[in-house]
Ligand binder design. Structure first.
Ligand SMILES: [Zn+2]
Length: 59
């Protein structure tokens, strides 16, 4: 796993929010956090080309 911002090395860090424990990727270089749910949301979202078309129509 490489950091999308700086291509640095990332490691899994365990975070806990009261009852919920979740794991995030953390970059040791720039400290960027990537949640697994964020990655899944990006996959589910519209492809970049479709998103651009939608934006251009609204303008
Ligand atoms: Zn980074």
């Amino acid at each position: 796993m490489k950091c999308p911002k700086c291509s640095g090395l990332m490691y899994v860090e365990r975070l806990s929010d009261f009852f919920v424990i979740f794991h995030v990727w953390k970059c040791i270089n720039c400290g960027a956090l990537i949640d697994k749910t964020i990655l899944e949301n990006q996959k589910r979202s519209l492809p970049p080309i479709e998103a651009l078309k939608t934006v251009s129509k609204t303008k």
